[in-house]
Design a protein around this ligand. Structure first.
Ligand SMILES: C[S@@+](CC[C@H](N)C(=O)[O-])C[C@H]1O[C@@H](n2cnc3c(N)ncnc32)[C@H](O)[C@@H]1O
Length: 235
């Protein structure tokens, strides 16, 4: 209903993706989230005053989550009360938008191992009460298992050769049964010689062999070269 009602305006809520809005007729902007920190921006994104409150540009060129949504991904269960573990939080670009979606009791643990991006991430976290920064290496969840509790949603974007292995390891530690896992796979981080489709196929098999029931795969190569996203349910 809402989608149809607002179709002819510039902004309208995306069905099955609570907190995410479609933007039409604004050059270069396709998606936005409702800004949890009105007036504040974190990476030069645009702000819009709308009938839904202040919306914040969610850049599909900067975020693999945004480009996946633009390519059809819908996550109806990622909502206000979801707890999230975000692996590879970097400067906080996508994590800040995930934080926008958690308007209820949801908490986002934002894990990063490099001190430089962690410094910028702290500026984001400082303004957002639902984010907890974790300085740690995603390959070793036992090192931060006392800081992170069980989550409903596991996000992984670390661009590392062992990304699928560490994703599964973190799922084993922290993802609740039937929780959702999202992993952005960069083919070139895994093999410089194999074709991307070959790498993606092997990685998908690995995920499925280790308890992740992949229900959606999204090619985001148009916005992020040689990247594919897999989304699965954890059993
Ligand atoms: C592609 S960037 C992530 C961008 C971020 N997801 C976003 O959309 O805003 C990958 C990040 O993963 C971090 N990273 C790589 N390996 C890691 C590891 N083993 N543990 C924690 N962070 C890691 C890197 O330092 C880098 O900041």
């Amino acid at each position: 209903m809402m989608d149809e009602e607002y179709y002819y305006s510039k902004f309208f809520p995306l069905g099955k993706m609570p907190g995410v809005y479609r933007v039409k007729g604004v050059q270069g902007v396709e998606l936005a989230t409702k800004n949890l920190t009105p007036g504040l921006t974190f990476y030069g994104e645009r702000l819009f005053d709308t009938e839904f409150g202040e919306l914040r540009e969610f850049s599909h060129n900067r975020s693999k989550l945004a480009s996946s949504i633009l390519n059809g991904l819908r996550l109806p269960d990622l909502g206000p009360d979801s707890d999230v573990l975000y692996l590879g939080a970097s400067f906080g670009t996508t994590p800040s938008h995930v934080s926008d979606l958690l308007t209820g009791t949801g908490i986002e643990f934002a894990l990063e191992f490099a001190p430089r991006p962690m410094r910028d991430l702290l500026h984001v976290v400082d303004k957002r009460k639902n984010m907890i920064p974790v300085l740690g290496d995603a390959r070793f969840p036992d090192m931060y298992s006392d800081l992170v509790h069980a989550v409903d949603f596991l996000y992984c974007d670390v661009a590392q050769a062992s990304q699928s292995e560490l994703f599964i390891k973190n799922a084993e530690y922290f993802l609740k049964p039937k929780g959702i896992g999202f992993i952005a796979i960069k083919a070139k981080s895994i093999s410089q010689v194999k074709k991307p489709w070959e790498v993606f196929s092997e990685q998908k098999n690995f995920l499925e062999d280790h308890g992740m029931d992949v229900f959606q795969e999204i090619d985001i190569g148009k916005y992020h070269r040689d990247h594919k996203v897999f989304v699965g349910k954890w059993y």
